[in-house]
Design a protein around this ligand. Structure first.
Ligand code: FRU
Length: 477
């Protein structure tokens, strides 16, 4: 099959009309129809935020990747634009894989991975991944400029270029797999076209994964953060529970110098569904990250509805004094707030109470006094499928989802300290929840699939009492 943007657009128009919207997000970005995975090319250009994404317009399954495209003035209201690039080949004939965008004077440049097999696609020895360039003046129509970095000898998995400007140079990092070792490779250029190999920026030690996907590298609070999505890390107690992880290393770096780590790999989000995050800088200097709110090989029930996959809320990053990455919803998210419903509840004693009959798009705010709470479990539930609660015996905040009809059941959790108040902000959309804990300390994001009529919100406290300092919800636009 040959692919073109015109065919993709035609396909999307037809498919869009046939969607079942029961789980389609109200205020998160999802594809018009078909499949979506990683966010790509997040950038501010010509007065707009642009978000591109891995996209298969022809099906709700992953397939030959195109770059979907949307733009926004405020990071929450998105306008769909035509597909930006299609796997027209030959350098990307089997897919336009993930990558990034930079502004070069009056030009928007996309740097992405051309994915191609030379021969039988069933044999990984035939796989070649190369870094390609496409440019645009209007931010909508892109001209393909071909390969700018070829596959290094002995490597097959070599993808997800992230480009940035520093001093007089452009830099690019690319995720790679050398044997069983995940790596990040560094390149430098004066013009985005000729790239010089600068060696390996960092690589996995034992247990840190066989492939590092979607690397990103940026300054934050005077340090340098290497963010990436390793494949092949083993679960370890409450850590690394998902098939693949997304996380970071904090360290220091200067052009021409090695990257020196100042700590261990840590996960960014502790829910079931957060992968391949990418960051970008806003014009006012904030570092924002958006991730894919899904996980590889996890059931995606919305596939029966004609679409699959969505992106997370934009999250502002900061670094704590002990070098931990903190994420808070970008301030623009507050512009979605409409009506505030306070919940006049002080104490719950071995009971549950209904606080909203049908939670659609909502931001829930809860502040618990943990020191004064004796309940073994207390928190909030959405229908029969989701609970976000304190497990006082384990001293953890737990996100539990229970959708046996979709084969999606299980918990994720983060540790808590019992003597401190606990603040939680939950962002509920049609089929997602993002939980921000203690103003950036931790985050848990998961997909949820409530049936219609099964979206009642209840506060509960079992085996004891729970003390709520304040609570309520914003109805979101
Ligand atoms: C991460 C990823 C990338 C790749 C893309 C393909 O989710 O596997 O490494 O470029 O998805 O769609």
């Amino acid at each position: 099959m040959t692919y073109s943007i015109a065919d993709a657009e035609q396909e999307l128009k037809v498919k869009r009309g046939a969607l079942n919207l029961r789980w389609y997000p109200h205020y998160h970005l999802a594809a018009r129809a078909g499949w979506m995975n990683d966010p790509n090319g997040l950038v501010w250009f010509d007065g707009w935020y642009h978000a591109f994404y891995q996209h298969h317009p022809y099906s709700t399954q992953w397939g030959p990747m195109h770059w979907g495209h949307a733009r926004s003035q405020d990071l929450v209201h998105w306008e769909h634009l035509p597909v930006a690039i299609a796997p027209e080949g030959p350098e990307d004939k089997d897919g336009c894989f993930s990558g990034s965008a930079v502004v070069d004077g009056d030009t928007l440049a996309l740097i992405y991975t051309g994915h191609k097999f030379h021969g039988d696609a069933g044999n990984e020895d035939n796989l070649y991944q190369v870094q390609c360039l496409a440019t645009s003046r209007d931010g909508i129509h892109f001209e393909r400029q071909g390969i700018v970095v070829d596959t290094p000898p002995g490597v097959h998995h070599f993808r997800d270029p992230k480009v940035w400007r520093e001093g007089d140079s452009w830099y690019m990092i690319v995720g790679a797999r050398l044997g069983e070792t995940g790596q990040v490779r560094l390149y430098r250029s004066a013009d985005l076209r000729q790239w010089q190999d600068e060696g390996v920026l960092d690589e996995a030690e034992a247990g840190m994964g066989f492939m590092w996907e979607c690397p990103d590298f940026f300054p934050l609070n005077g340090r340098r953060v290497l963010m990436f999505s390793p494949q092949g890390m083993n679960a370890d107690g409450f850590k690394n529970r998902n098939l693949f992880q997304s996380g970071y290393l904090v360290g220091d770096w200067q052009p021409g110098q090695p990257f020196v780590r100042a700590g261990e790999f840590a996960e960014m989000d502790h829910g079931h569904d957060f992968y391949a995050p990418q960051s970008f800088a806003t014009p006012d200097g904030r570092r924002i990250v958006i991730g894919w709110l899904d996980m590889w090989e996890s059931p995606l029930p919305e596939q029966q509805d004609g679409w699959a996959g969505m992106l997370s809320l934009p999250r502002e990053l900061s670094l704590s004094h002990d070098n931990r990455l903190q994420m808070r919803p970008a301030k623009e998210v507050e512009s979605l707030r409409q009506v505030w419903f306070p919940w006049p509840v002080n104490t719950l004693k071995n009971q549950q109470i209904s606080v909203a009959e049908n939670a659609g798009a909502m931001e829930v705010v809860l502040n618990w006094n943990c020191a004064e709470s004796t309940a073994e479990q207390y928190g909030i539930s959405l229908g029969d499928g989701l609970r976000v609660y304190v497990d006082a015996q384990q001293q953890r905040l737990v996100l539990e989802r229970y959708y046996p009809q979709h084969a999606l059941c299980g918990t994720r959790s983060v540790p808590l300290s019992s003597d401190r108040d606990l603040s939680v902000r939950l962002f509920i959309d049609s089929s997602s929840v993002e939980v921000f804990v203690n103003n950036g300390e931790a985050c848990l994001s998961s997909r949820i699939y409530p049936d219609a009529g099964n979206r009642e919100l209840r506060l509960f406290a079992w085996s004891g009492s729970a003390s709520l300092i304040d609570g309520g919800a914003w109805q979101l636009e």
